[in-house]
Ligand binder design. Sequence first.
Ligand SMILES: O=C(O)CCC(=O)C(=O)O
Ligand SMILES: [Fe+2]
Length: 347
Amino acid sequence: MSTLPIIDIAPFLTRESQQDEDKRAAASSALYDACVNYGFFYLNIAAFVDPSEPEELTKLAREFFALPQEEKDKLALRNEDHARGYARLKENVTNGKADNHEGLDFYRPVENPDKSKPLWGENQWPTVPGFEEKFKRWVEKMKILGLIVMEAMADGLRMTPDEWKDLRSQVDDSFWVMRVIGYPPLPNDHDGFSCGAHKDYGCLTFLHADPTPSALQVFLARPGLVQSESSDLPKEQGSEEGVWINADPIPGCVVCNIGEMWEIWTNGLYRSTLHRVVHRGSNYRVSIPFFFEPNFDAVVKPLAAARRINACSEHTDVAKEHKSVVYGEFLVAKVGNNFDGKGKYDN
Ligand SMILES: O=C(O)CCC(=O)C(=O)O
Ligand SMILES: [Fe+2]
């Protein structure tokens, strides 16, 4: 069975010698292959953050989730803009079914907050000592990582310096999102998943999860390959042929996947990959995805560099032009689903 590629970001942190340049070129091209063939990969970030840092975040998250329900409810989404704050177990819905998780959502702070406007409220931080400070530090690191990976991807697509400058200007004030998710074991009779199958809708997701194995699953579209479905799980991939593989955590790495904005930028060359969580283990699992997204007002449209590749590629249907979107409008439409009782991951 396939496993996801591992890409080390170390070559993107130094640029001193020719050897660095060579390693960098090799890593950019590995990134390109990973995006075309998987849409998911491990990023070894050990050269950038000490592994003890995200472990500390997991501990703080556990402290929060262990609080009495009424304490957690003090940060309810409805206090704010219905997007920032705490969602109870099963409050989130994917594909019409309740997800077996609880979680806290944070977004990029905005100027002149107004909680009556979608996404325009204020973050609600738990009072767990150290929580706000440590998670804010993580946000700053992940924003830097986002720009590093974006530049590496631009290299992988052989973008010109001007093209990269233009793409950079679409993501340099990222409307990021961070989720802190707690998953109790999935009961056998639960009608749904720990988190149902979905694609992430933005740009890049960096996921730190505790070491729980066999929880996060990734769907690899592989025509001709059909998994012998021994499990009782519904087929969320529709009629597409392929396999679900586990993306278990690797120490020193975050799991990275690309969101739907990359599908638009590359006119379908990079595909945003379906994934889901099925946590049948007996422990309480914690995961912390950070979503590095475009700027709120970024106009996302197919990139010239991707058109050049698509013109001579067997991977995509070049006739099919992806529609451009203003990222903030796209996001409000997605999250806006919450207001009419649908879940965040619903389309
Ligand atoms: O908890 C996980 O491993 C994945 C969560 C996820 O896919 C998401 O929040 O978008
Ligand atoms: Fe996701």
